[in-house]
Design a protein around this ligand. Structure first.
Ligand SMILES: O=C(O)C(=O)[C@H](O)CO
Ligand SMILES: [Mg+2]
Length: 276
């Protein structure tokens, strides 16, 4: 059965951010992911991880900005990455280097690097080469530090004009970059909204070894995985059967309260086949 990581940006939001680590550990999580660490010093975050026996398994590079102040305000200003955006190469590089600095301090093996919102009047086709070039540079930087860069297909309802929407968009970029340090973050919530046929996509892409992180949520409300149109017990069994050994991030907005809503996870773990 997959190993689950708590997403501290969407879960435990009733608590101040730094208190969410303890809450996740108390609920039995051994790993965490979240959007951004940059409002805190790496040492403060590393101390929380250590104190609660947690591993950091994923976070995002800054969405834009050349310096810490600009990076901090970028998400709220609507920025969603710069990998595919013309004229933003300096920000892209600054963000990747800042993320890798944190990844090292937090011993986090991978960072999610976002591609950006397609500028009006531009077609994604025309920006694929630029995006691949930026990602190639980022993958080289990450590889030199023993880390991986991930890209994630995201649905257009939540993020209009986001550059990477389908699994084949992401895999096409991986083909172009051709680096073992660039991988895919496969979020089954986005996959169901954009493409459907989720089990077939898992069967197609997990055996490639290119999927380094999976995320889950119910569809369409992005609540617990046992709410909505996807039947996760089947998908978890399939993910196991396909030999996926990575983390599954719980990237959902709890409807039942974070701890009270973990029944789906406990049932999934209880259904795990006995280890030989
Ligand atoms: O929104 C998601 O699904 C993510 O995983 C990102 O990291 C943030 O957009
Ligand atoms: Mg996601």
């Amino acid at each position: 059965m997959p190993q689950f990581a708590a997403n501290l940006s969407l879960m435990y939001t009733e608590l101040p951010f730094l208190d969410r680590f303890e809450a996740a550990a108390r609920d039995g999580f051994e790993a965490v992911e979240y959007l951004f660490p940059y409002a805190w010093e790496p040492a403060a975050l590393a101390a929380r991880l250590r104190a609660h026996g947690l591993r950091q398994v994923l976070f995002n590079a800054p969405p834009a900005g050349l310096d810490r102040a600009a990076m901090a305000g970028a998400w709220d200003a609507g920025e969603r990455g710069t990998a595919a955006l013309p004229g933003r190469e300096a920000e892209f590089r600054a963000g990747v280097l800042e993320a890798l600095r944190y990844a090292e301090a937090l011993d986090c093996p991978r960072i999610h690097v976002m591609a950006g919102i397609l500028p009006s009047g531009q077609e994604r086709e025309a920006l694929k080469g630029l995006c691949a070039g930026n990602l190639r540079w980022a993958a080289e930087q990450a590889g030199a530090r023993g880390r991986e860069v991930l890209i994630e297909p995201i649905n257009l309802r939540d993020m209009p004009r986001y550059f990477v929407n389908r699994q084949d968009h992401a895999h096409e970029l991986l083909d172009a970059v051709d680096s073992p340090h660039l991988k895919v973050q496969m979020d089954l919530y986005h996959c169901q909204i954009v493409e459907g046929d989720v089990a077939t996509k898992l069967r197609r892409y997990l055996p490639t070894g290119r999927v380094a992180h999976i995320q889950v949520a119910g569809v369409p409300e992005r609540h617990e995985p046992d709410r909505g149109e996807l039947y996760y017990p089947y998908l978890f069994e399939l993910i196991d059967a396909l030999g996926y050994a990575g983390w599954v991030g719980c990237e959902y907005r709890p409807a039942a309260g974070t701890s009270a809503g973990l029944g789906w996870r406990d049932r999934a773990l209880a259904a795990r086949p006995a280890q030989a």
